[in-house]
Design a protein. Structure first.
Length: 505
């Protein structure tokens, strides 16, 4: 083989090597995933003994010292935002969608083609130029003007949808932390109430025994002991609820469920606006699910424009080179020094199948209509949830205020009178136990209402999309939005009419 031909083959090989053997960047998060996957594949199929070193890797995350004991809910929220795996998954999805933008606006890879003719007798031969051992061509395709820009805008809107999903994941985590926090607070408070009443129940047992010594009814002792046993059962159930609430909160914090998490003595709940109409407007502007739908609609509109671009051709430009050799040439009129030939390549597709193009355009338009309808549906669902939670919070606050103002003081007075009358034998023991159980149930109900209000406010903030106390009450009510009218209702209707008119043609 001539030296020049060998040099060209070597250059082609080097080009292949440069294109295919480039170094790849590995993200630290992905390296961790690979390491964990390899560790999982190496685990034995059977159960691992507790003292095996491989078992330690399966243990829950360690418990940070700063989270031990009684903490305000904000401390747990900060931990959850940074460590909750659902939030981290949504964040990674945002990064993935952002990386689509440079891919979308980039041209397709250039094409390199090399045709080799190894047998001179049946290869291309030219009377003047000689034997052509191979020809090389490199081409680059170019979409129609504005296509790359539209692709980038579509990818950008997809990234905005992912950002809205990240915000929704963070809000969901915050709401779950708050709900678990108030469940934990109720469990702690109910357990404290039950333990305090156990001391009172033990006093009732002693009082009933004293009454028996002075001629009282022996059944009172059994009733007092039964009441004490029932109270002990409630304490056991409350302790179980306490541990379950701690585990639920630990799940959101990505720590061990054995963590001794606690709540402060009097966590404050957020005050809601006086007018529910303010929450409607606030949710329409702040809820990430609705903002994500808006980004999806904007993406669909760009998809419609992309579908219109398909009516125009895409172009391909390139260069071609023919290597000419005197060696192995069979032509008698060959020049003494043949030169290599060079040429240009130009081609484009012909978008002539109108039915396919029209169907693609209608498909993009219907997707836009579908997402606009989903926006309206999500908005209506948001308004319903706001109304339900607003009414629930208002009713529970009124009931709690009634308990604190009337029911609890009167039940305490009834218990005090019953205790006094029982000591002087003016009241039977069953009435005393009934009065005591009445106070106990009122205290537990008040604690439950406080927890339910906190959880309902957390759910309301999740639906609205932000903390409602960040926006002060306004003196004048805002006019509620019209039913069934979304921001894209008119536009979607026009799109449907256009599509129907085109389909009928």
């Amino acid at each position: 083989m001539p030296r020049r031909l060998a040099t060209k083959f070597a250059a082609t090989f080097v080009l292949y090597a440069i294109c295919g053997c480039a170094a790849h960047e590995v993200q630290p998060e992905y390296a961790e995933v690979e390491h964990n996957l390899e560790s999982a594949n190496q685990r034995p199929p059977q159960s691992i003994p507790p003292h095996d070193p491989a078992a330690v890797a399966l243990d829950p995350a360690p418990i940070p010292a700063e989270l031990q004991g009684k903490k305000p809910v904000d401390d747990y929220i900060k931990r959850a935002i940074h460590e909750n795996r659902n939030v981290q998954a949504a964040w990674a999805n945002v990064q993935a969608m952002r990386e689509r933008i440079p891919q979308a606006v980039a041209l397709e890879d250039p094409m390199f083609q090399n045709v080799i003719w190894p047998v001179p007798s049946i290869s291309p031969q030219y009377s003047i130029m000689g034997y052509m051992p191979y020809d090389t061509m490199i081409t680059q395709s170019f979409p129609w003007f504005g296509t790359l820009r539209l692709r980038g805008q579509v990818a950008d809107q997809d990234a905005k949808v992912a950002i809205a999903e990240l915000a929704a994941a963070e809000l969901e985590t915050i709401a779950e932390v708050k709900r678990a926090y108030y469940d934990l607070h109720y469990a702690e408070k109910s357990l404290a109430i039950l333990n305090r009443n156990r001391e009172l129940a033990e006093q009732f047992v002693e009082i009933s025994k004293e009454r028996v010594r002075t001629g009282g009814n022996a059944q009172d002792v059994y009733r007092a002991q039964i009441g004490l046993e029932e109270l002990q059962n409630e304490i056991t159930e409350a302790d179980q609820s306490l541990k379950s609430a701690r585990a639920a909160l630990a799940e959101q914090l990505h720590i061990s469920p054995e963590a001794e998490l606690g709540t402060i003595d009097d966590p404050q709940t957020t005050q809601t606006p006086k007018h529910v109409d303010e929450l409607y407007r606030l949710a329409a502007a702040a809820r990430p699910e609705l903002q994500g739908r808006l980004s999806a609609i904007a993406r669909d509109r760009q998809e419609v424009e992309l579908a219109k671009k398909r009516y125009y051709p895409n172009f391909t430009l390139g260069l071609t080179a023919w290597a000419m050799e005197r060696h192995n040439a069979v032509s008698p009129t060959l020049r003494s020094n043949p030169n290599d030939n060079f040429g240009m390549v130009f081609n484009f597709n012909l978008p002539i199948y109108r039915n396919k193009l029209d169907a693609g355009l209608r498909e993009a338009q219907f997707k836009a209509v579908a997402d606009s309808r989903k926006y309206d549906a999500d908005r209506d669902k948001t308004y319903r949830e706001i109304k339900e939670l607003y009414v629930q919070i208002k009713a529970q606050r009124e009931i709690l205020a009634m308990f604190e103002r009337n029911i609890y003081p009167k039940s305490k007075q009834a218990l005090d009178l019953a205790s006094t009358d029982y000591e002087v034998a003016k009241l039977d023991f069953l009435s005393l136990i009934t009065a005591w159980r009445g106070v106990l149930q009122v205290e537990l109900q008040m604690a439950r209402f406080e927890a339910e209000i906190g959880k309902a406010v957390a759910s309301l903030e999740r639906v609205v999309g932000c903390e409602v106390n960040e926006h002060p009450n306004k003196p004048d009510a805002v006019v509620p939005p019209a039913e069934g009218a979304g921001p894209f209702a008119k536009e979607a209707k026009n799109t449907e009419n256009n599509i129907e008119s085109k389909s009928s043609q």
